[in-house]
Structure formats: structure tokens, C-alpha cells
Design a protein around this ligand. Sequence first.
Ligand SMILES: Cc1ncc(COP(=O)(O)O)c(C=O)c1O
Length: 385
Amino acid sequence: MLNTRKRSFADLRAEFPIFRNKTYINSCSYGALSNHVRAAFNAYLEAREVEGAPWQMFVEKLEQARAQFAAQINASPDEIALTTSASQAIGAVATGIRLDQGRDQVLITDYEFPTSGENWFAQEARGARVSIVGPGSSGYILPEDIAAAMTDKTAVVAATHVCYRNGFRQDIAAVTAAARDAGAVAVIDGFQCLGTEPLDVKALDLDIYVGGATKYMLATAGLCFMYVRKPLIEKIRPLVTGWFAQSDIFAMDHRKNDFSETARRFDSGTPPNVNVMAAIAGMDLIDEAEPAKIRSHVLGLNDRLKKGVRDLQGRLATPDDPMWHGAMIAIKSTDENALVAALESDGIITSCRDGNLRVSAHLYNNQQDIDAVLAALDKNRALLA
Ligand SMILES: Cc1ncc(COP(=O)(O)O)c(C=O)c1O
């Protein structure tokens, strides 16, 4: 645990050694490593070295992580599955949602991360008919564009909370409500959002929400979670499973499959213990900073960034209105890989996708970081589209 004193964002920045050498503004790719998360990795190694096989501690940590993820989104631990990737979580529900009761259509959007599309296309073998919703007249994929594509055959609507390519932030409550009206289940990929703002799955009345520890949750790849609304859990029977998904993980009974009645049924085999411990440490930092304060801090930085890009005659792929974007701002480029490399040569770490430079601030970034990015963009105006 961290001590209970809440540090300012400026003090929290000192937790992240990378800022001694770099301007790191790339949380959409990987959260920066903190001393606190490093200590959690060390605690895992220490326990292995000293105790050998501390399974009791690992199981306790797994349940602690489940409870902490639940608390992040106002869910109960029984509504949370823990997996090693978003792919595994989405795959578990994709294989388990019934497609044989007169509803076989799966709607996905053009904003999905690959795995969200791929897992649904894989269900074609079970009779799924996958349709893709693209941008409407606004130029973006709005809830009404998705709702317009729903029919009485729609079983699933898969949508992303914040798009990893252009930073568009979806109104996931509206998408889920429209899906429910149509008799479908909404599966939301929240990987690019959790850790950047408060999230209340009950207030938003969500069905399924997937997130992970890699990015804005400030921990590591290799631990993800999935919220499943209680009444849906028993209706979804995954075709992939493991002993940690059973009603009694200590039953050790290979003669049957006895799913947990909770969302643990979407877990799998032996948990990634080291990642579990790191994820807990990442969540400590998010809790200390407080998601509502992170959102307003990052919105302030992004206002400065958006204005600066406009002053440079650059163009955003991200909508200008903060209601419709998350922490990541996507800037159009004529050669995004060259732009990332140019910024890197000035010690500024960003990333790119789909013709856009991605600048993704978090609690540890400050105005000087934004000004450094803008100065580097000014030097490389020729690479702005
Ligand atoms: C929107 C989104 N979903 C999911 C993932 C990761 O998926 P997985 O955990 O299956 O690698 C990412 C990572 O880049 C992402 O940006």
C-alpha cells in the first residue's frame, strides 16, 4: 500500500523515473513505470525467492485485484472476471453468447481494436453474421449511427469507449441503452479509457465492460478485467475455460465442468501472479490521484495542446469537444512514423496509428511537456497534414 497522504500531481511525477530523461506522453501505448509498481514486481521476486511457492498469498492478491478493479467502476467483485488480455476476456463472452435463438447478428464499429473485431468474426463458425458500422454524416461513429444498424436479429453490439486510432470517446451509456432496447447485449472495450476518468457501470447501466492494467492503469501488460452485469453472467457459457473459472477452484475435478456462478466463470487457468501484484500497485496510484482530478488535469493539458496545434495550422483527427474525446489527442500527419521519430530525437516519446500522431497525457504530465511537444511540432511542421 502507498501511505494515505495524497500527493500533488507534481509530486506524483517524481514516482516515474522516466521523466528524468524523457518527455513521456504515450500512456495510450503503455503507462509509465513508477517506483511503486517496480516495488510490487520486486515484492513478487522476493516472495518467490524467500517462500518459494506462496500460493495462498497469490490467491489473496488475485481477489484483492478483483475487488480493486470492481471499486474502480462501482461494481461488485462477483461481477469482475480477471484475464491476461482483453482478447481473452472478449473471447470468453464471444464464445459464450447464444447466437442460435433467432438472433445471429453481431454489430461492431470501425473504431474497434483488432481483437474486438477478430473475436466476433471467429464466431462466424457458430453462425454469427458480423456487420461493421462506419462513420455517419458527422464524420464520426455516433450512438445513433450504431442504433440505426440494429435489427431484431442483433445479438451483440461491440463498441469501443475511446478509439485507439483517433481518440473519439463514445457515449457508451447511449450505445448500451439502444442495444438493450433492440434486445442485444453491448460489449464495451474500455482499454483506452479506464484510469483517465471516473467510471460507474451502474450509473451508466452497462452490460459488459473490458479494461486492462497496461496503459492508463499504470501497471503492466498481462492483466485485464471484464465487468459483466449480474443477470447476464448465468446466460453466457464460454466455450473456453480453466480451473480458476470453476465454482470451487480447489475441487480439482477433471471429470466435469462446473462454472462459477459469478463472473469468475470468464477467468481461465493459473493467474499471472506478478502482473496481479503490479496491477494492484498501479491502482493505488490511480486512487491516490483520483480519476475525476485526472480527467480535469488532462483536459486542461489537452486544451493547451489542441490550441497549439491549431496555431500551427495542424489538424486533429480527434473531435474538438472534450465530451467526445478521451485522454489521447490524435494529430493528422503526412508521415506519422517520421513524426514520432522526429519527436523521439528531441526526447519526446509518443506513438502513432492510422496516419495520426498520438499524444496521450496522464496525471504525470504537465504544461512543460505540452509546450515541448508543440515546439517539436513547430520544428516539424512539414509533417503535419
Ligand atoms: C482499445 C484497446 N483494446 C484492447 C487492447 C489490448 O488488447 P489485448 O489485451 O488483447 O492485447 C488495446 C491495446 O492497445 C487497446 O488499445
